[in-house]
Design a binder for this molecule. Sequence first.
Ligand code: ZN
Length: 355
Amino acid sequence: MSDGFDEQGEERRPVLRYPFEATPQPGSGETVEVAPGVLWLRMPLGGSLAFINVWALEDGDGWTIVDTGMRTEPTAAGWKTAFAGALAGRPVKRVIATHMHPDHVGMAGWIRRKFGAELWMTRLEYVTCRLLAADTGREAPEDGVRFYRAAGWDQAAIDNYTARFGGFGKGVYPMPDSYRRISEGEDILIGGRPWRVVTGSGHSPEHASLYQPELKLLISGDQVLPRISSNVSVFPTEPEADPLTDWLTSLARIKTMIPDDVLVLPAHNDPFYGLHARLDALIRGHERGLLRLERSLAQPKRAVDVFGALFARPISGDVLGMATGESLAHLNCLQRRGGALKETDADGVTWWRAA
Ligand SMILES: [Zn+2]
């Protein structure tokens, strides 16, 4: 659920440089040292994303871990191998989660149990994670059914939604009942070096990236990915949300705060150079999407009718929710800019047209 769609086409792909030939095998416990005291590991994921990158930072007599992988047996096995091997049997003192998606925070509770490690997160990410995990076992809410019906889903898609509702908690080991809040602008001292918290919003509510100026490193989580664009979605809990404006603002802000010469350590794909070019390309990609979307609304359309304007690949069952949420993010943004209007018909279906 964490990430968006593979990007197609050269025009959207800036010139990025990937300095590492060797990559750690997902779930193997292998590490690659990307900078002094900064180790790169990969944990396996099911689905279209094969793995997540996680980071172990030397921290005195132990480790600070940034992101943890999804709650699965292969991930637990990967960590056990790493702890016994490359991490030299030293304890994890602290886990920092960039944000609350299961592939990032899923094993935080497990690592906490194993080592007594503290969990450090921004407040909105921690609270939202606890909230979504608490949906486990609940019935799908009527608000959610109404939301997806308004977007144009048929009964089969609605049934699938109600059957799978509450699945978030399956990928997350029970969360620690307390945490240490991290905030925008804070310097976290890890192994004697300050790592600056840089927050962003849109993919998740208060995502934290970590910037280390001496080593010229940016652990970017899902805020900046080199080859895929992170999912930016509207959800039934807040149908009028405009996360795309938040996202575009966050990307532009990071460009003003982080120099271009950092090595970016993203949660997916490979570490890369070319931060500013990538930020520009991500912003440009969404702006082009908004233009295509506005043109497509010459005829009234439902959210499910605009996929072709926004996505290069066909949308089928497993990504329908993500595509619908992302389409609504673009539609709400366009409406906020004065480019689109919506009307809801007698069946509760919302129709969008260019303003
Ligand atoms: Zn994510």
